[in-house]
Design a protein around this ligand. Structure first.
Ligand SMILES: [Zn+2]
Length: 113
């Protein structure tokens, strides 16, 4: 498998997430400032959008962890194997999401709970 390509993709995604996280931090600051000058309803709106922003940030931080994990797996030569069953993950699946950790079978089992 050509892991160089996936390494590049992962580093690219990592960079993009870091940029979004940086801009998200300044957006969260804006919401906080607005709360002092707006009425109760708008404040609830602001809190709601802040909660959504926090959720989006939390998800991005999780993706960042997955990407870091994948990058270290590339270095150690463990990249491209399912964390549950140890089978090779289909290359097409990795192209779609290079930070993916499970094969399609295990992933759907996990999602079903
Ligand atoms: Zn599996």
């Amino acid at each position: 498998m050509n892991t160089d390509r996936f390494r590049k993709l992962l580093q690219q995604q990592r960079q993009e997430i870091l940029e979004v996280l940086d801009s998200g931090k300044s957006a969260a600051g804006t919401v906080k400032l607005d709360q002092t000058s707006v009425g109760r309803l708008s404040r609830m709106d602001a809190l709601q959008s802040q909660a959504m922003l926090q959720e989006a940030t939390r998800r991005r931080e999780q993706s960042l962890l997955d990407i870091d994990e994948s990058l270290s797996k590339i270095e150690s030569g463990d990249y491209g194997f399912c964390e549950v069953c140890g089978e090779e993950i289909a290359e097409k699946r990795l192209q779609f999401d290079p930070a993916v950790r499970y094969c399609i079978g295990c992933k759907s089992k996990l999602e079903q709970g």
